[in-house]
Every structure is written in C-alpha cells, then in structure tokens.
Design a protein around this ligand. Structure first.
Ligand code: TYM
Length: 328
C-alpha cells in the first residue's frame, strides 16, 4: 500500500500554484493510500517570522487543507513541530548530508541571494525535509516541480544511510503533476507563481475575493498573436492560463483549445476568471467554517498523536542503527 507524505509551509497566503501543484493532488491521493499532510512550521522559521502571525498562519493553513477537501477520517493532518522526531531526525540527516550537495540546491541559492543575514537553517533546510519524509517511510511524495531537487537529495540521503547502517529507510518516489507542476506568475510567465512576489497582481491567493480574482486575471500578461493554443515556448502566458483553466474546471487543455478556437483573449480571460472563482468560492466558505471552529484543533491533536506513534518507533530504530544508546 502507498504511504504518502507531503508538507506545505505556513508562510502566509497560499497561492493557486500551491493548490494546483500540491493540494489538489493531496485530495485525490487520500483514497489511494495512507496519507500524512503536514504544516511545516519548522521550515517556515528558517526565515524570520513574527510569533503572532506564525500562530495564525499555522491554523490558517490547516483550515485550508480541510477546506480544500482533506478528510481527517481518511488522512492524517498534523503540525510538524507537534512531533519532535522531525527535528530529531532532521539533525541526524544533517549529519548524513554533505555541504557540497546542500550548496547545489537552487531554492537555497534563490532564497539567500542578496540577503545580508541568512540563517544556518535555511541552508540545512533540505535535511529537515528529508527527515519529514523518511520518518514515516513514505513511498510517495506529491509536490510541485520546484521541490524535485529536494526529493532527489532525500533519496540520496536515504540510500547513503541505508548503505552505511543497513536497510532503515524506504526510498521515496516524487509525484509531480504533468500538467500544473509549475504554475507561472501572471505578470511574467517566465517566473513561477509565488506568494513572496512583491507584486500582488502576479499571483492569485486562495483567499482572494472574486472581484480581485477577476481583476488579476484580466490584467495578466498575454502573448502577441490573438490565438488560444497551448505552446509553452511560443505562448507561455496563454499556456499558463490554459493550464489554470483546465485544472480549475477539470477539463483537458485539448478540450479548451478546440472550444476557444477563433475566440479572442478578452472572452477567454473572463472565462478563466469565472472558473477560478467557481473553484475558490466554495473553498473559501468552508475555510471560514473551519477557522472559526474548535474542531480544527481537535483534528490537529489527533493527527499529531497518530503520527507520533509511528515516528517514535522509527526513531528508536534509527538511533539504534547509528549507535546512539537508549536512555534506559
Ligand atoms: P512550499 O510551502 O513552498 O510549497 C508547497 C507546495 O506547493 C508547490 N508549489 C507549486 N506548484 C506549482 N506551481 C507553483 N507555482 C508552485 N509553488 C509552490 C510546491 O512544489 C510544494 O509542493 N519544502 C517544501 C515543504 C516541505 C515538504 C516536506 C514537501 C517540507 N517538508 C516534505 C514535501 C515533503 C516547500 O517549501 O513547499
């Protein structure tokens, strides 16, 4: 049976990119195996966070998982720092990783570039991510395209550990969506859609109100010729909107291409916006219900308890393999 693990950082607004690249997959995978979905707060603090805001963001992301359709009866939803074994195995993974391989991580290069003070944890971040996955013997990890390199490192670390200390960890496979693994920015289709972009018009937040969504889609850049077809090289902007439309409305890109043959950009964009609004509006309503209820906290407690049971056993095995003696 598949064992699925994935995490999202509680670092503010989630974008449509996070939903399409990651969360949408999570919801679909719930019926295919044992799933653990994690609010990775320890990853968020690799850059400075305001404590009050972090508290809100953790609850908000958990509510968003549930609003998107994660069913706590089927999947385990948890907060990373609630299971201390993540941090503990994270350290052991730092002792497994090499400086050289961490230096090659493009996410670190992007996030540290031009910054005066960079925390050591931003550099060792992928070791903690490897720990998240290996702690539960996950077989599959659904992520967007930008996490591929981290997954490869995770596999390398697991293999290195197993080679040195004997079979301990399961080697995980990434699941990266063929369509939608990399949603691009609305103002520049050569950059990925990201909540850290200072131009708010570049991304759609899952909590944007309908009017705002319509405005952002209308202002999205397009390509020169007035024709709706999928061609990532020649028409990256329209291809991105087609991808968003297809996934928001559960249609294929081919269906949309033939439907919009001969139709102009204006009409197309207004339908893209409608499709995104129809996707997000009901989600936003469920989000409001979850964020206001104590049930959210009960779900997170149950999730942490369930995850900890496995993680505690796994850590006993890992420490024993490495030669760390038990306390008694
Ligand atoms: P994070 O929080 O940056 O992003 C969460 C998920 O959203 C995907 N994503 C996108 N997909 C498509 N298009 C985009 N524009 C886009 N932007 C983001 C990401 O690929 C990711 O799947 N390191 C991870 C969190 C993490 C994790 C883990 C993931 C920590 N431990 C263990 C998997 C397994 C991160 O920063 O994701």
């Amino acid at each position: 049976k598949k064992k699925i693990f994935s995490g999202i950082q509680p670092s503010g607004l989630l974008t449509l990119g996070n939903y399409i690249g990651a969360m949408k997959q999570f919801v679909e995978l719930q019926d295919e195996g044992d799933c653990i979905f994690c609010v990775v707060d320890l990853h968020a603090i690799t850059v400075p966070q305001e404590p009050e805001l972090l508290r809100q963001n953790v609850r908000s992301l958990a509510a968003m998982f549930l609003a998107a359709g994660i069913d706590p009866q089927k999947a385990t939803l948890m907060v990373q720092s609630h299971v201390k074994e993540h941090a503990e195995l994270g350290w052991l993974m730092q002792c497994t990783a090499y400086m050289g391989e961490l230096e090659r991580m493009t996410q670190f290069k992007d996030k540290s570039e031009g910054k005066a003070a960079v925390n050591a944890s931003l550099f060792t971040y992928p070791a903690l991510m490897a720990a998240d996955i290996l702690l539960y013997d996950a077989t599959h990890v659904p992520v967007g395209d930008d996490q591929k390199q981290h997954l490869e490192l995770t596999r390398d670390l697991a293999q290195r550990f197993n080679g040195r200390f004997g079979e301990t960890f399961t080697i995980p496979e990434p699941i990266i969506p063929k369509v939608g693994g990399r949603i691009m920015s609305l103002d520049d289709p050569s950059k990925k859609m990201s909540k850290s972009n200072p131009n708010e018009g570049s991304f759609i937040s899952l909590l944007d109100e309908p009017k705002k969504i319509v405005r952002k889609v209308k202002r999205a850049v397009t390509d020169s010729e007035n024709q709706i077809r999928f061609d990532e090289q020649e028409k990256p902007a329209i291809s991105n909107l087609l991808t968003i439309y297809a996934l928001a409305s559960n249609q294929t890109i081919e269906q949309l291409e033939s439907q919009y043959d001969g139709i102009g950009y204006g009409a197309f964009k207004s339908d893209v916006a409608d499709a995104v609004v129809s996707l997000l509006e009901p989600m936003q309503q469920r989000y409001q219900e979850w964020i206001e209820s104590d049930e959210l906290d009960r779900v997170l407690l149950a999730g942490a308890e369930k995850a900890a049971e496995y993680a505690e056993q796994k850590m006993i095995e890992v420490k024993q393999r490495m030669g760390l003696i038990p306390r008694e």
